[in-house]
Ligand binder design. Sequence first.
Ligand SMILES: Cc1cc2nc3c(=O)[nH]c(=O)nc-3n(C[C@H](O)[C@H](O)[C@H](O)COP(=O)(O)OP(=O)(O)OC[C@H]3O[C@@H](n4cnc5c(N)ncnc54)[C@H](O)[C@@H]3O)c2cc1C
Length: 385
Amino acid sequence: MDFALDDQQRMVQEMVRSFAEDRLRPGAAERDRTGEFPHEIFEEMGELGLLGMFVPEEYGGAGMDLLSYLLAVEELARVDASVAVGMSVTNSVCCYPILTFGTEEQKRRYLPELASGRAIGGFMLTEPHAGSDAASLKTRYRDAGDHWVLDGSKAWITNAGVGRYFVCLATREPELGVRGISAFILDADQDGVIVDRPEAKMGLKSSRTAMVTLDGARVPKDAMLGEEGRGFRVALGTLDHSRLGIAAQAVGIAQAALEEALRYASERQQFGRPLIGHQAIAFRLAEMDTEIAAARALLWHAAWAAGQPGRHSRESARAKLYASEMANRVVGQALQVHGGYGYSREYTIERLYRDVRVTTIYEGTSEVQKLVISRALAELAGTLA
Ligand SMILES: Cc1cc2nc3c(=O)[nH]c(=O)nc-3n(C[C@H](O)[C@H](O)[C@H](O)COP(=O)(O)OP(=O)(O)OC[C@H]3O[C@@H](n4cnc5c(N)ncnc54)[C@H](O)[C@@H]3O)c2cc1C
């Protein structure tokens, strides 16, 4: 077993770290205050190949492996989690399903635009009444001869208003259950796609999230993704993959929190010595460091599993569950190390505390990850009997 990164992975890690420090760090606190979406930064990420990282070069992507992508997400999230989520959504819930389930024509049509940053991507699964129970979605599609027509409401859509192409799930008839669901590549640049005002979120302020109404939205006949009636498989396969990006985001935020706590604990003096000189604080930092390393190892293992034949739902749910719960614990502990100053907007840890909260919620809550893992365990139990 070799845990060493190869030359390309190390190069990606170093390149994204310096990009994040040079280009994200200076404006991160200000963007958190204003909520302004960083269009220029996304353009630059497109030029650097960060928006189509595992898209093969023949479709305009960077042609890298999954671990390189996860390293990049971690490095971006370490500095600005809002940018990291917009980048990971474009890669993993838009490029990935097109690459995996799309026709050759679809790949040639959409991937070069997404990978280059000319078009930002997203995913429309959640609805006001269909969250964890995504299969109960009600957005309808119908055949209108030379195109499809979609009607319904999609909730909490990342990159809505700034993105162009969205993988969108809709049903022909809700009573058909999952067999009625199909996936589409929706071009949001049309009158039938109405984006509401951005959600007033607790954190991830400069990541755009909004409700979207589809009112007679048109989709070309050849933009159905996968076979008709198999859309829920597209959604589940996509989430198995994309959850790894959220786990990487959580690890990146936790790593940033540890660094902030270390810095503060070395500078702040109480009872005649730096905080880090008190064993209770030093041990707390040691535990944080250990938990982050454990989450990263689980994530890298899940990335390896994703490259093996067969399903990897359990591995990716475990990585997302552990990394996001860990990150919430670690950021809370790092804030505690800051004492009252951690409660102030003057300190980065306050932003991290707000940003990290959603990692146990989106792309499947922790409870949903436990459902995925326990179902896999139940299958395993069947084979043990
Ligand atoms: C910032 C942000 C960005 C998002 N971006 C996107 C996006 O781009 N595209 C998209 O499609 N969606 C997106 N989402 C939606 C997100 O995936 C959902 O919020 C999430 O899946 C949970 O759904 P819900 O909010 O409706 O909660 P609910 O499903 O209503 O759950 C509420 C609570 O009940 C628990 N619960 C539900 N069912 C069970 C059960 N069977 N057993 C035990 N507990 C259960 C949940 O775990 C949770 O704690 C985003 C959400 C946020 C906050």
